[in-house]
Design a protein around this ligand. Structure first.
Ligand SMILES: Nc1nc2c(ncn2[C@@H]2O[C@H](COP(=O)(O)OP(=O)(O)OP(=O)(O)O)[C@@H](O)[C@H]2O)c(=O)[nH]1
Ligand SMILES: [Mg+2]
Length: 322
């Protein structure tokens, strides 16, 4: 496809996307997710239209009730006449294999309301890393004029921590009966929580989880002076959802009052720029290497025919010159 034709198509996609057209939205996200021709130009064209949406990340262990909570929050925001985009990052761990189908079924309930757009991000098959694709999908949703973007991720790996960095507000969902799990939850996850939700509070042990969080909070005071509130919910009964929304609004107000909105965004972008640079550099080096050469070099290093330090220096120097 020649370049001129390509840009004409992109412009029409952008125009219908900006009117909130759901099909254009789906097409644009597929384009960036699969790195189809024109994906980078599309993102460049969309970026100036972003910055309006409030991005809320919700993370927690498999089965903690994230989807249920997201579902109720989305309904609540719709009642407030705000448009919603949801990105559900599919869990990879085999013991949550059934969840994807469950999510899809619940998602269907919303299909009649174009004010809610739901997108599942598959871990497998996404080119260029889950965090990057999720970030790009967020850009598309933001540019399409969604007021609120909810990102659901399983809080286990580095990818999820990276995804959470996308968010203006991060909600960490815990459940009772996890034994010492609050202690074992990755320190990274504790640090990024702006709000804690203890879901499944109908189960025994919610108070204990609350006490444990409070104890951990006394050990580490956040540099911005915000103490993450703890909200108890029973998401499956819709209990506590208003309080979660109100707490999110409180934190937004706090960020505004303290002039922290821009600062937080700068911090997030600092991380993301490093990641984008790393990806771009790596891609260049890979192209430089060519197919099959990596295995050849690896064999040479393993057999001590070459030292890896000089090798990497050489490849990096060549990539720089291209
Ligand atoms: N008892 C009880 N069950 C709940 C509550 N919230 C959700 N559940 C149930 O817990 C199960 C898992 O809920 P999901 O919302 O799918 O959890 P999730 O965190 O999205 O799960 P993954 O996406 O698989 O990680 C479902 O059967 C829900 O009905 C709650 O507050 N109390
Ligand atoms: Mg889920």
């Amino acid at each position: 496809m020649n370049r001129e034709l390509q840009s004409v198509i992109d412009q029409s996609v952008i125009d219908s996307l900006r009117t909130g057209d759901v099909r254009a939205l789906a097409r644009a996200i597929s384009t960036i997710e699969n790195r189809l021709p024109g994906w980078a130009d599309l993102l460049k064209a969309l970026f100036p239209h972003t910055g309006h949406a409030r991005v809320i990340g919700l993370t927690g262990a498999p089965g903690a009730g994230k989807s249920t909570l997201v579902d109720h929050l989305a309904r609540l925001y719709r009642k407030q006449k705000r448009t919603v985009g949801i990105i559900a990052v599919d869990p990879t761990s085999p013991y949550t294999g059934g969840a994807i189908l469950g999510d899809r079924i619940r998602m269907q309930e919303h299909f009649s309301d174009p004010g809610i757009y739901i997108r599942s991000m598959a871990t497998r098959g996404s080119l260029g890393g889950l965090a990057r694709t999720t970030a790009d999908a967020t850009t598309v949703l933001d540019a399409s004029g969604r007021d609120v973007i909810l990102i659901e991720t399983v809080g286990v790996g580095q990818d999820e921590v990276d995804i959470v960095r996308l968010a203006d507000i991060t909600v960490v969902i815990l459940v009772p009966g996890m034994g010492d799990d609050v202690q074992t939850i990755k320190a990274g996850i504790m640090e990024i929580a702006d709000i804690f939700v203890i879901n499944k509070s109908d189960h025994e042990g919610a108070e204990r989880v609350e006490r444990e969080i409070r104890a951990l909070q006394t050990l580490a005071v956040r540099h911005d002076g915000w103490t993450p509130p703890i909200v108890k919910t029973v998401a499956s009964d819709g209990k506590g959802i208003e309080e979660v929304a109100a707490t999110i609004a409180d934190y937004e107000a706090y960020l505004q009052k303290e002039n922290r909105v821009l600062q937080k965004s700068v911090e997030n972008w600092q991380q993301r720029l490093v990641e984008m640079l790393r990806d771009a550099m790596l891609e260049k080096a890979r192209a430089q290497l060519g197919d099959g050469n990596l295995a050849k070099f690896a064999a040479e290093v393993a057999e001590h025919k070459r030292d890896p330090y000089t090798l990497v220096e050489e490849i990096a120097a060549q990539a720089r010159n291209t």
